[in-house]
Design a protein around this ligand. Structure first.
Ligand SMILES: [Ca+2]
Ligand SMILES: [Ca+2]
Ligand SMILES: [Ca+2]
Length: 325
């Protein structure tokens, strides 16, 4: 039993299949077998820049190539405002980064005029062979005391892979002000290789927690998820992803093990030992959780893409996971 106690009591079936040897070993050596964790960050595609892994082929889903999965990322783009938008060399890196994925949840858009997210979409489409679009949030920070740090969230997506269902919405925390930046939730249908809707859709909820209140807000994400599923009884596929500030000085492993998001209702894809920061520090701030195996489409494959080293681009790396397309 180790530090991940409580995290993966409900290990996804997909992960069991993919990590069968490892999981089996753990189960065989651990009496109650309730804690199994999805291993280490990996990198599937070669990149000319740094990657997190040793470059070995991914052993967890050797049968799937990139075109057979949809890759979903979360990416905190540090203080993404007009100043950054005015730096072509930085935007070029950001566009190349986004284009690695099929859908990206972006946090920390800070533009009082709210034009930056549109300008960034134009920059993406200037480089992309296929059309990208976005589901954009209002400025989060609904209460008076939240207003000093308002940010927008955006889900950028490849329109040949995903199709939005509705316009998304901020979580309404008007009753008890659970968040400084209320989570943004949106639903997407997955398209097949010919651009037609599959029978599968999923909902994504992204958040950028207030560092000093990280654990309170992480815990509150369980309420957000529960509320969302109650309001959408036809939806069973939920992903929580974003900059949780879930490590280092803001959250301890013990805090997380005791959190409302531990205990088996969620699969944590990004472990406490992950390093999602560009700096020398090793902190697993950015996280991805699912509420199950996403109707059997969760592959268990995820990674951190160290595709830049310039803190002018961001202080966070993008973190991603795959679903079967
Ligand atoms: Ca609030
Ligand atoms: Ca669904
Ligand atoms: Ca780091």
């Amino acid at each position: 039993m180790g530090k991940y106690d409580g995290y993966l009591q409900g290990l996804s079936f997909a992960a069991i299949l993919i990590l069968a040897p490892l999981a089996l070993q753990i189960m065989l050596t651990d009496d109650d077998a309730q804690v199994v964790y999805v291993a280490v960050p990996i990198e599937i595609e070669n990149t000319s820049m740094n990657s997190t892994s040793s470059g070995e082929d991914d052993a967890r889903s050797p049968e799937l190539n990139r075109s057979e999965v949809a890759r979903i990322a979360t990416f905190n783009i540090k203080v993404f405002g007009e100043t950054k938008m005015g730096k072509p060399e930085v935007i070029s890196v950001l566009v190349d980064t986004v284009l690695r994925y099929d859908l990206v949840a972006i946090q920390e858009i800070k533009d009082i005029d709210q034009t930056v997210p549109y300008d960034f979409l134009d920059a993406i489409n200037n480089e992309s062979e296929v059309e990208w679009a976005m589901v954009l949030s209002p400025r989060s920070g609904q209460q008076e005391d939240d207003r000093s740090s308002q940010e927008q969230y955006a889900f950028y997506y490849n329109t040949t892979v995903f199709e939005p269902i509705g316009n998304g919405s901020l979580f309404n925390d008007s009753e008890n002000d659970l968040f400084q930046r209320e989570p943004f939730q949106a639903r997407f249908a997955l398209l097949n290789a010919t651009g037609q809707p599959t029978s599968f859709d999923l909902s994504l909820i992204t958040v950028h927690t207030k560092p000093a209140a990280a654990m309170e807000e992480i815990n509150a994400m369980n309420e957000v998820a529960t509320t969302y599923l109650a309001e959408h009884p036809d939806e069973e596929d939920l992903v929580l992803l974003g900059d949780f500030n879930a490590d280092c000085t803001y959250a301890s492993e013990q805090d997380l093990a005791n959190s409302a998001l531990a205990g088996g209702n969620y699969t944590w894809l990004v472990g406490n030992d992950a390093d999602t920061t560009v700096s020398q520090s090793s902190c697993a701030y950015d996280r991805i959780l699912t509420n199950g195996d996403l109707s059997g489409r969760l592959t268990g494959v995820w990674g951190i893409d160290e595709v830049f080293n310039d803190s002018n681009v961001s202080d966070h790396y993008p973190v991603w996971f795959d679903i079967r397309r």
